[in-house]
Structures are given as C-alpha cells and as structure tokens.
Design a protein around this ligand. Structure first.
Ligand SMILES: Nc1ncnc2c1ncn2[C@@H]1O[C@H](COP(=O)(O)OP(=O)(O)OP(=O)(O)O)[C@@H](O)[C@H]1O
Ligand SMILES: [Mg+2]
Length: 262
C-alpha cells in the first residue's frame, strides 16, 4: 500500500509571543489536518487564547511562522486570514448587541460577499444581490443550529446558551475551512453540552476544528488529537487516550489546583 502524504491545512512552527517580560507562548508548534478536530487544552493562563490570536491574525507573534495550505501567511492580518478560510469564536460572546441575531450572522458571511470584506457593514462596494444571498445563507445557518426563530431578536434578550449558538452560527456561516472555537462550552450544562459535542462532530465533516476547552469530557469525546499547553509551552500531544495517560498533563492540572488553593 502506498502511503499518501496529506498536507496540513494549518501549520504553526516555533510560535513565541512575549508581552513585555512575560513569555505567553514559547516555541509552540501546531498542525491541523483537514477534517480533524484538534483539542488545545491547558490550565488558565497557559496561552491558548494567545495562540488563537496568532492563528487568526489578531496578534503578530514575536517569532515563528504560520503556513496555510502549504503557503506562508505569517504576519497576515485577521481579515486576510478570515477571507482565506480561517474563522473563530471568542472566549466572550463578542456579539454585536445593537444588531439583530440575523445581522450578526450576516456579518460573519462577509468573506463570501463579492463587494469585498466589510462591504455589507460599510456600504462600500455594496451589492444588493450579495445582501439577499448572504441573508439567505445566514438564515440557513440559524436553521442549522435550530435557532431560526431568534433571527429578529437582539442577542442580549436571549438566554446565554442561545447566544453561544448565535456566535457559533456567525463563525460557520462563511463556510470556513478551519474553525477556531475558544471555550464554546463555557456556561453550558447538561443537554447543551451533549448537543454541542454532536454539533462539533457534524461541523468537522465540512471543516477542520481547533477546540479550546476546559470541559474535559467534551474534549475527550470530540477530539482526534490533543495539544496540551502549560505556561506557554507544549507539554504533551497525542490522542485523547495518550494525553489522558500522560503524567505531565496530570501534574500541570494538579499544579494549578494547588496554586489556586483548590
Ligand atoms: N494582551 C496581553 N498583554 C499582556 N499579557 C497578556 C495579554 N494577553 C494575554 N496575556 C497573558 O498571557 C498569558 C496567556 O494568556 P491566555 O489568555 O492566552 O491564556 P489562556 O490559556 O487562554 O487562559 P484561560 O484558560 O484562562 O482563557 C497569561 O499570563 C495572560 O495574563
Ligand atoms: Mg483563554
């Protein structure tokens, strides 16, 4: 049998981020293959969100490189990476509270607009055909997440779990090839967590996913591969079973519990 080399969709090498005297990321590498769900875990302050900020072009690393589909994209800004197919959610909801749910999701479809990025929001290069198409897409995304009935509501009037779904719909509506999810399960419980696990598996049929989460059951259930950060360094990588059995991972989490007096 001939082995077929599958190219990584995204690859980060030697990523280092310093904030003044603090090294938030120290020579971090990450590879994401198409169609996989990669878990990025680690105690509070480990550097997970900082890595997402680098991967989505929000933050330029002090050192290191980013490769998207074999081409270097180091230093590219967030709108360029979004246009290339990298989408993300934020640790907070980051919804536009003065816009309806539908308009929030339309804003996420921006990369598909022919008028160019932000054309719908700014009116510059605006096409009416775009607007109708993107609204249809946004409605379809809301339907996919079972929240079409909220389209004309304002996000802050909705329960937190529904707002999380709006954020997810906004991140997915542009048909990204890579979706970065920063704590999608925070504030959810019970059936909402089960539904989220099924949704993430469903999404991974269309796109690769990197999942930052503290809910270990969810991470172990949905991830193909896991990378563990602690104090900005990768301390373990492997399958869920390999990472679960790694004493270094246990130690990192115990150390956190001891530090915080839990
Ligand atoms: N803009 C910034 N300026 C200075 N320090 C920062 C900045 N952003 C993050 N840090 C620091 O970098 C480290 C990593 O933070 P980061 O938010 O990436 O952690 P995290 O793994 O996402 O944690 P959590 O699980 O709590 O969300 C922390 O010590 C944090 O205080
Ligand atoms: Mg974080």
């Amino acid at each position: 049998m001939t082995a077929i080399a599958t190219e990584d969709l995204l690859r980060a090498d030697g990523v280092t981020v310093r904030f003044g005297g603090l090294t938030a990321l120290d020579d971090v590498g990450l590879r994401v293959a198409p169609g996989t769900v990669v878990g990025l875990i680690g105690p509070n302050g480990a550097g997970k969100t900082t890595l997402f900020n680098v991967l989505s072009g929000v933050l330029r690393p002090t050192a290191g490189s980013l490769t998207w589909k074999g081409r270097t994209v180091s230093g590219q800004k967030s709108h360029r990476l979004a246009r290339a197919g990298i989408s993300r959610t934020f640790q907070g909801l980051n919804l536009f509270h003065k816009m309806t749910v539908l308009d929030n999701v339309v804003a996420g479809a921006d990369r598909l607009a022919r008028g160019g990025p932000l054309s719908l929001l700014t009116g510059f290069g605006h096409h009416h055909r775009d607007e109708a198409e993107l609204r249809d897409r946004a409605l379809a995304a809301l339907e996919r997440f079972g929240i079409a009935g909220t389209a004309h509501h304002y996000p802050s009037t909705l329960p937190y779990g529904i707002q999380k779904q709006v954020a997810l719909a906004r991140a997915c509506v542009g048909a990204p090839e890579l979706l970065l999810l920063d704590e999608p399960a925070s504030g959810l419980s019970g059936k909402q967590l089960d539904d989220l696990a099924a949704q993430i598996r469903g999404l991974s049929e269309d796109m690769a996913v990197v999942l930052v989460e503290h809910h270990m059951d969810l991470v172990m259930e949905v991830c193909d591969h896991i990378v563990v950060l602690n104090f900005g360094k990768v301390i373990s990588t492997g399958t869920p079973d390999e990472v679960r059995a790694d004493p270094a991972v246990m130690q990192a989490y115990l150390g956190t519990a001891e530090r915080s007096g839990r």
